[in-house]
Design a protein around this ligand. Structure first.
Ligand code: PGA
Length: 254
C-alpha cells in the first residue's frame, strides 16, 4: 500500500530563521505520527539549515527545482548532487510556476526528472491543465502529453520511485480547489496511463498526489479518493498548525 505523502511547497517564502523555527515546531508535533510521510520544500537558501533542524525526525526535505548538469558554468543553477548534500531526498520538478514564469517545457522537465533520479533524489514531477484547456475539454490530452514527454525514456523501475503531482493550474493559489470528483477522475486517468505505458507494478508503486488550494477543511475529502496518495500544499503549508491538520487528515489507517 502507498503511504500518503504530504509535501509543503513554500515557494519564495520563509527566511532561514523562519524555516528553522517552523521545522523545530513541526518535528515535535509529528514525532508520534505514523502512516504518513511529511516533506517540506523550503527555498534553496534555507534548505540546509532546515534539513539540519529536521535531522533524526520524520520530516523530510525537498528542493523546489534543480538543474540537470552536475556542475559547471551555469550561473544561478543548483545540481542534484548539491541538493542531496544539502540534506534533501526529494525535488519538485516542472511546477506550473516554473513552466509559465520561467519557460520550462516537457522536454526540460524530462531532463530534470532524469537527472534527479540519477543522483538518487525522488522527483515530485508536476503536471496539470490550465482553465482554458479544461474548458475546451482538453484536460486528458494535456495530461497525456505531459506524462508521455515528461517521463520519456524512464524505466518502469524509475516510475515506481516517482511522485507525480496533479496540480490543475486554475486551482493553484486561487482558493478554487478541484472537487474530489474532478481530482479523483484526473488521478484515475493518470494511474491508468501509467499502467498502460509502464506496467501494473510501476503504476501501483508511483505516488500520485494532488495540489491546488489544499486546505485543512478540504484535504480529508480529497485524500479519501482511491487514486489520490497525498498532497502538495502551497499557501496552507506556511502556517505550521494548518499544515499539521492537513497531515493528520491524510493519515492512512495504521
Ligand atoms: P496552493 O499551491 O496550495 O497555494 O494552491 C500549490 C502548489 O503550487 O504547489
Amino acid at each position: 500500500m502507498r503511504v500518503p505523502l504530504i509535501a509543503a511547497n513554500w515557494k519564495m517564502y520563509k527566511t532561514v530563521a523562519e524555516a528553522v523555527k517552523y521545522v523545530k515546531e513541526l518535528r515535535g508535533l509529528v514525532k508520534d505520527l505514523d502512516g504518513v510521510e511529511i516533506v517540506l520544500a523550503p527555498p534553496f537558501t534555507a534548505l540546509h539549515a532546515a534539513a539540519e533542524a529536521a535531522r533524526n525526525s520524520n520530516v523530510g526535505m525537498a528542493a523546489q527545482d534543480l538543474y540537470w548538469e552536475r556542475e559547471g558554468a551555469f550561473t544561478g543553477e543548483v545540481s542534484g548532487q548539491m541538493i542531496r548534500e544539502a540534506g534533501a531526498e526529494y525535488v519538485i520538478v516542472g511546477h506550473s510556476e516554473r513552466r509559465t514564469l520561467f519557460g520550462e517545457s516537457d522536454a526540460t522537465v524530462n531532463r530534470k526528472l532524469t537527472a534527479a533520479l540519477a543522483v538518487g533524489l525522488c522527483p515530485i514531477g508536476c503536471i496539470g491543465e490550465t482553465l482554458d484547456q479544461r474548458e475546451r475539454k482538453e484536460t486528458f490530452d494535456v495530461l497525456d502529453r505531459q506524462i508521455r514527454q515528461g517521463l520519456d525514456g524512464l524505466t518502469s523501475d524509475q516510475i515506481g520511485q516517482l511522485v507525480i503531482a496533479y496540480e490543475p493550474v486554475w486551482a493553484i493559489g486561487t482558493g478554487r480547489t478541484a472537487t474530489p470528483q474532478q481530482a479523483g477522475e484526473a488521478h484515475s486517468h493518470i494511474r491508468g496511463r501509467l499502467r498502460q505505458w509502464f506496467g501494473q507494478e510501476a503504476a501501483e508503486l508511483c505516488h500520485v498526489i494532488y495540489g491546488g488550494s489544499v486546505k485543512p477543511d478540504n484535504a480529508r475529502d480529497l485524500m479519501a479518493q482511491a487514486d489520490i496518495d497525498g498532497a502538495l500544499v502551497g499557501g496552507a503549508s506556511l502556517d505550521v498548525r494548518g499544515f499539521l491538520q492537513i497531515v493528520r487528515g491524510a493519515r492512512a489507517p495504521v
